[in-house]
Design a protein around this ligand. Structure first.
Ligand code: NAD
Length: 510
């Protein structure tokens, strides 16, 4: 049973892949794997289109991004049909996480790119005879490589940022969800994006590797740690900058003073939304002893209400990639073999032939188990009792990952202090996962969860070359440090140093 299989190649030199829906296992189409020559042609087209695109004003580029929002609004049912067929996620989830976030991202960068990226003159603290201008120029052609868990928004969001900054983009979506990536091309075409500004190349790792080596000016990669490492190695060799948005093992800390009703609902949503296939899923819970029983009871109660299925009204969808199902099963099996106790779930859903794993809660877990150490990326909520918040913090930080985290307490000051102490790129207090959906919030990981940030000001700047232009203000025949070097000049500079950094008035002025 596989969602992606090799298909017979009809005489072409390119391989073909065949896709099935993970929810129904019904075939949904096949496609050709584009090779290095195809990628080179797309990069070439993007290269030719880039100067013209960069020459447009922020308003003109923003106008096209805003038209893309209207295309999404008008064609939302058609887009949802494709996303749902490829991923088996609930329609409501696809709408709320893929389309709503996409519309917001397009609108946000259309409206805000100019404010963030416009030239700035910075008054200098010391050299009053010079003027500094800081400009943000597009990098050129950006290669965007994306995973299968949110195939539409994870492709659209970095693309929107790169385009708003004046770059052109070649996107390589996951081979598990290629048609959602191709939708994006249709959306931008309908919005009037000029030819070559955005191109999609379809394929698997071979196509992705070709894009990384394809002479682009930046790689924006979202995916696993293992592939991210390979991408970073190639980028390092080619001296091409890359942003790596990688995996996570997000901890949740539940303090004794947490609102347990909200925290339990947040845990269940954080662990089971998108069937746990979110880079910011809650993957491990540390709850302080005195409220652990009550919190766990509530989690089990909330989980019992969840409906799973391939169609109609349901809450928890399919496991999108067949190989992920094996990881999930292996993590649960390993935990149970090492003494964990299963409170609910723990198996494939026998009612559906598709790739469904039941929402699962484990207790009596510890850090010797894979389920607490490696990314599960499935609907599994392991809950561990801890003595106190310090104990929770130590365990939360005992991880090679650091993408997102969440902390639950009625004391917001304490929540913020705990958030600061967690080794993670992003932390949420009294909510979960929301970070990626907030356009202003820089998003990215520490440790093995990645390098660089997307979203907001930091994200946009990541798609630019920041340049400095220094302009002399007054002219004149020479400058104090120019030739000739004389004893007199040396003494003058020494005096200046004493005044500037050796006196309190100087320190105040400098
Ligand atoms: P993956 O690493 O297997 O694949 C990601 C993409 O890389 C795919 O398009 C794939 O075809 C391509 N690829 C494979 N080999 C390549 C190579 N050698 N060179 C270039 N590209 C190559 O990841 P996946 O299984 O599709 O996605 C799941 C992972 O993504 C999880 O670890 C998840 O946590 C992570 N993720 C991270 C974020 C984030 O923002 N940090 C968001 C979503 C998912």
């Amino acid at each position: 049973m596989a969602v992606v299989e090799q298909a017979e190649s009809s005489g072409s030199e390119r391989r073909r892949l065949r896709l099935s829906s993970p929810a129904t296992l019904v075939a949904i189409g096949d496609f050709e794997v584009q090779n290095a020559a195809d990628v080179a042609a797309s990069v070439e087209r993007a290269r030719k289109a880039q100067p013209g695109w960069a020459a447009l004003s922020f308003e003109e580029r923003g106008g096209i991004l805003e038209r893309a929002v209207r295309v999404i609004l008008d064609r939302q049912d058609e887009l949802l049909d494709v996303i749902v067929a490829e991923t088996g996620k609930p329609r409501m989830e696809a709408l709320a996480t893929e389309l709503v976030t996409s519309c917001d991202a397009l609108q946000f960068y259309a409206k805000n790119a100019k404010r963030i990226l416009r030239d700035r003159s910075i008054p200098l603290h010391l050299l009053k005879t010079k003027k500094l201008r800081i400009t943000h120029e597009p990098l050129g052609v950006v290669g965007v490589i994306t995973p299968w868990n949110f195939p539409f928004v994870l492709a659209l969001n970095p693309t929107a940022q790169a385009l708003a900054a004046g770059n052109t983009v070649v996107l390589k979506p996951s081979e598990v969800t290629p048609f959602s990536g191709r939708l994006l091309e249709e959306v931008f075409q309908a919005a009037g994006l000029p030819e070559g500004v955005f191109t999609v190349v379809l394929g698997d790792g071979e196509t992705g590797a070709a894009l990384v080596e394809g002479g682009v000016d930046k790689i924006s990669f979202t995916g696993s740690v293992e592939t991210g490492r390979r991408v970073a190695e190639a980028c390092g060799r080619n001296l091409v900058p890359c942003t790596l948005e990688l995996g996570g093992k997000d901890p949740m800390i539940v303090c004794a003073d947490a609102d347990l009703r909200r925290a339990a609902r947040g845990a269940v949503y954080g662990a089971f939304a998108n069937a746990g296939q979110v880079c910011t899923s809650t993957e491990r819970v540390y709850v302080v002893d005195e409220v652990a029983a009550e919190f766990t009871r509530r989690c089990v109660e909330e989980t019992a209400k969840l409906r799973q299925g391939p169609e109609g009204e349901f809450d928890v969808g399919a496991i999108i990639a067949a190989q992920q199902l094996e990881v999930i099963e292996a993590h649960v099996k390993d935990a149970l073999a090492k003494g964990a106790k299963l409170l609910t779930g723990g198996r494939r859903n026998p009612e559906h032939p598709g790739l469904f794993y039941e929402p699962t809660i484990l207790v009596d877990v510890d850090h010797d188990m894979d389920v607490m150490r490696h990314e599960t990326f499935g609907p599994v909520l392991p809950i561990m009792r801890v003595r106190d918040e310090d104990h929770a913090l130590r365990l939360a930080n005992d991880s090679r990952y650091g993408l997102n985290a969440n902390v639950w307490t009625r004391n917001k000051h304490k929540g913020t202090e705990l958030a600061r102490a967690i080794e993670s790129g992003c932390v949420v207090v009294n909510d979960c996962m929301i970070t990626y959906g907030i356009a202003e919030s820089p998003f990215g990981g520490v440790k093995e969860s990645g390098i660089g940030r997307v979203n907001g000001e930091a994200g946009l700047l990541g798609f630019c070359q920041t340049r400095s232009i220094v302009i002399d203000r007054f002219g004149g025949g020479s400058e104090p440090a120019w030739f000739p070097y004389t004893r007199r000049k040396l003494e003058r500079i020494r005096r200046l140093m004493r005044v500037l950094w050796g006196s309190s008035l100087g320190r105040f002025l400098s």
